[in-house]
Design a protein around this ligand. Structure first.
Ligand code: GLP
Length: 246
């Protein structure tokens, strides 16, 4: 078993998106009922653009696929333009042949966050688990909304967002960090770990410090992504800028 996660370094963010989209398309061809775990953020935008292109030209087929998004804000309805659900509709789901009944999302307006977390865990289990989970990474090393802290939650749970995370999500709320919900629901580290394969994607020099720690640093709850070093099937996909400290 490798001592460090596999790292791929591509020339730029477009090349990363093309490589990852091709990997998703291949996985869908090998298993049309693939269960995908999907992230939001600026990083996967190019990936979704490329997947839409591959879906339109018939290279990627989503008809029998199932998706589970990693996280969602608490306190706003799915229809809110700032919700991650709206983000996914805008950038992927509205443009590919996915069956809406196979799109799974955490409900940020559920009255009982704990019950909602349990419902999501059961839904993932019922779908047979996540085959391929794509992750971004926050500049503070968060994955999903698992923020750096003294302890990490194993399963889907409620989180209080750090100020820097609210700032980096402000674009979805008219640029105002105070308008970003203070809490969210997120898959836990155990949920992430249970995925059969994981690809973490990071692009741009802003991500270079956390990528360096993720690949070469100690495993610590202060950098939740560092736990991926222990996953048996993980690939870290980077552009040159994000890899500049390796
Ligand atoms: C949000 C999401 C994360 C994502 C992170 C990075 O906080 N909850 O899943 O990885 O943003 O975002 P970006 O790709 O915009 O840097």
């Amino acid at each position: 078993m490798p001592l460090r996660p596999a790292v791929s370094i591509l020339p730029d963010a477009n090349a990363v998106a093309r490589r990852l989209a091709a990997r998703v398309a291949d996985a869908l061809r090998a298993n049309p009922s693939l269960v995908l775990g999907l992230p939001t953020g600026r990083t996967p935008l190019l990936l979704y653009e490329e997947l839409v292109r591959l879906a339109k030209d018939g290279t990627a087929g989503f008809a029998a696929a199932t998706t589970f998004n990693l996280d969602e804000f608490i306190g706003i309805p799915a229809t809110h333009p700032g919700s991650y659900r709206s983000f996914m509709q805008r950038h992927l789901f509205d443009h590919v042949n996915i069956d809406p009944s196979r799109i799974n999302f955490l409900d940020g307006s559920a009255p009982d966050a704990e019950a909602e977390g349990c419902r999501y865990e059961k839904a993932i289990e019922k779908a047979g688990g996540i085959d391929l989970l794509i992750l971004g990474i926050g500049t503070n090393g968060h994955v999903g909304f698992n923020e750096p802290s003294r302890g990490l939650a194993a399963r889907t749970h409620r989180v209080t967002l750090k100020a820097e995370t609210r700032r980096s999500n402000a674009a979805l709320f008219g640029g105002d960090p105070d308008a970003v919900p203070a809490e969210a629901l997120s898959m836990g580290m155990g949920t992430i770990f249970d995925a059969r394969s994981v690809v973490l994607v990071a692009t741009g020099e802003r991500k270079a410090p956390c990528v360096e720690q993720l690949v070469s640093g100690p495993i610590t709850t202060e950098l939740p992504a560092s736990f991926l070093q222990l996953h048996a099937n993980v690939e870290i996909m980077l552009d040159k800028a994000a890899a500049q400290k390796l």
